[in-house]
Design a protein around this ligand. Structure first.
Ligand code: FES
Length: 116
């Protein structure tokens, strides 16, 4: 059986909008990788919560309605990201569900690799 796909829109700092599809259970990092979305330096640690390059900014309503709240590990790593906002999350920690179809996330202008 085909797993249902949901559509996510990534909005780059320059205003460019990139629509991409992902499967239920994929992370937003998976969506970026599987669709070959060109975001410089994004996802450097491949989802192991050690880099903060997968920083994404959500709309407040979306942030509130996400089923998975950030863990302490995620919050620690977010502290190292540039342009941190109250609705920032790490893309490798957000997993797609049917509810997320049509989600729009902002990609911050600057990506910080916390490992360097
Ligand atoms: Fe490194 Fe998410 S990809 S923390």
């Amino acid at each position: 059986l085909n797993k249902k796909e949901v559509e996510i829109t990534f909005v780059k700092a320059n205003g460019e909008r990139i629509k991409a599809k992902g499967k239920i259970g994929d992370s937003l990092l998976d969506v970026v990788v599987n669709n070959n979305i060109d975001l410089d330096g994004f996802g450097a640690c491949e989802g192991t919560l050690t880099c903060s390059t997968c920083h994404l900014i959500l709309k407040p309503g979306d942030y509130e309605s996400l089923p998975d709240k950030p863990t302490d590990e995620e919050l620690d790593m977010l502290d190292l990201a540039y342009d941190l906002t109250d609705t920032s999350r790490l893309g490798c920690q957000i997993y797609l569900s049917e509810k997320l179809d049509g989600l729009e996330v902002k990609v911050p202008a600057t990506i910080n690799d916390a490992r360097s």
